[in-house]
Design a protein around this ligand. Structure first.
Ligand code: C5P
Length: 406
């Protein structure tokens, strides 16, 4: 997989001559594997057409806040949630001033206010405008708000001046964008993650399974690898590509998954059980295809082993995290599961709402640990995975420090 695979980047283009370089930037981001959607300010459209950027990004270009048709497609809040990163390139002095002022007077500034994703700006302007105290004080304010500044580069400018204010080149911007997804929260740690469904064979051609897509587990694997961990992903059958720098072990049944988990878990620091393991398997595997000779057919089922509890009760247990998909009384059932399974943390989601969770690209969860809880709002699974990994790393480090003290 490439540096930006599975990353959803919202590229903001504001009005400046460097807007022509945004075309090249879209290509670089896409080459690196990102899905790119473009938002243009009215001034940007004086320099380059939405049609060009639409053709290059392969997605419709968004230009206005109050457009009922666009809102019916992907509304601005949805777009703000969709983004894993908002990259504004070029970012004009005027745009930075509006952003620093907290304005939401066009689509791009509104998206910046509404998003939970990181924001990065690639300033592009005349060197005198860049040096102006007003611009510099806006830059300082934006940095204080943890907005990333990529550049500007120095050199010859379109107006003939020489100095700082040139937009960085597309290649460098794409690699800075990729670096934003990396942290050192799990540096040097070994993380094992189960993901996807399991398949329990009935006969050579049939099986029992469920609708799990594996998306959440794969997103966690990617986020853990981006946080510096060595990741083993024990995956049931899915259609997903293995994330970059992740070792995947393919398994079919719950029993295979348990065997892979027990093999890897002794060396693991953290175990995350995200798989939707089938609770039961056919008691007996019929070696020949079952014929449809009777009107009814009885299948006897047998309970599968509980993988996460087996790991959590192992003599050398890692920091163990489970998931709980519930349709009612989320808190009660999740906490009960955490206690019964001997988990350090549990991530609970309400699957009665079918627009999130199972098989969807979005999720909303509540995280419980013995002393507390945190709710994470609905967002893209990739973004959620990063927040979960950051939270989990914090709890893991506290747990490891306490274990050293005792
Ligand atoms: O009991 P329930 O299936 O709701 O628990 C969900 C949690 O337990 C998830 O973390 C899931 O991956 C894990 N699990 C498991 N082995 C099973 C069943 C569930 O590891 N057989």
């Amino acid at each position: 997989m490439k540096q930006l695979s599975n990353r959803q980047i919202l590229l903001g283009v504001t009005g400046g001559i460097a807007a022509y370089k945004s075309a090249e930037l879209i290509r670089r981001l896409k080459d690196a594997g990102a899905d790119v959607r473009v938002v243009m300010t009215p001034a940007a459209q004086e320099f380059i057409t939405p049609l060009t950027l639409q053709a290059l990004s392969g997605n419709p270009v968004h230009t206005t806040l109050l457009d009922p048709e666009a809102e019916a497609g992907m509304g601005h809040i949805e777009l703000a949630r969709w983004a894993d990163l908002i990259l504004v390139a070029p970012a004009s002095a005027n745009f930075m001033a509006r952003l620093a002022g907290g304005r939401g007077d066009d689509l791009l500034t509104t998206l910046c206010l509404a998003t939970d994703a990181p924001i990065a700006l690639a300033p592009a302007m005349n060197q005198a405008m860049w040096r102006d105290p007003a611009t510099q004080s806006n830059v300082a304010l934006l940095k204080q708000r943890h907005i990333h500044l990529f550049g500007p580069a120095a050199g010859e400018q379109a107006c003939g001046d020489v100095g700082p204010g040139r937009m960085m080149e597309a290649e460098a911007l794409a690699s800075l964008a990729a670096s934003l997804f990396k942290t050192r929260d799990l540096d040097g740690l070994s993380v094992v993650i189960t993901a996807g469904p399991t398949r329990e064979a009935i006969d050579p051609v049939r099986y029992i399974s469920n609708h799990s897509s594996g998306k959440m587990g794969y997103a966690l694997a990617q986020a853990a690898a981006d946080a510096g961990a060595q990741v083993t992903l024990i995956s049931g059958p899915t259609n997903l590509a293995c994330p970059e720098r992740v070792k995947r072990m393919d398994v079919i049944s719950a029993q295979d998954m348990l065997a892979a988990a027990t093999d890897t878990v002794v060396a693991a620091d953290i175990f995350i059980a995200c798989a939707a393991v089938a609770d039961y398997r056919p008691a007996e595997f019929i070696t020949q295809k079952i014929k449809k000779s009777t009107d009814t057919l009885q299948l006897e089922l047998q309970r599968n082993p509980d993988i996460v509890s087996t790991v959590a009760n192992h003599a050398n247990r890692p920091f163990t995290v489970g998931f709980a998909a519930e349709t009612q009384d989320l808190e009660h059932y999740a906490k009960d599961k955490m206690r019964r399974k001997n988990l350090n943390m549990i991530i609970a989601n309400d699957v009665s709402d079918t627009s999130i969770g199972f098989n969807a690209d979005q999720n909303r969860v509540v995280v419980f640990w013995p002393e507390g809880r945190t709710e994470l709002a609905e967002m893209a699974k990739s973004q959620l995975a990063r927040q979960l990994i950051a939270m989990l790393a914090k709890h893991y480090h506290q747990y490891a420090a306490a274990a050293l003290d005792s």
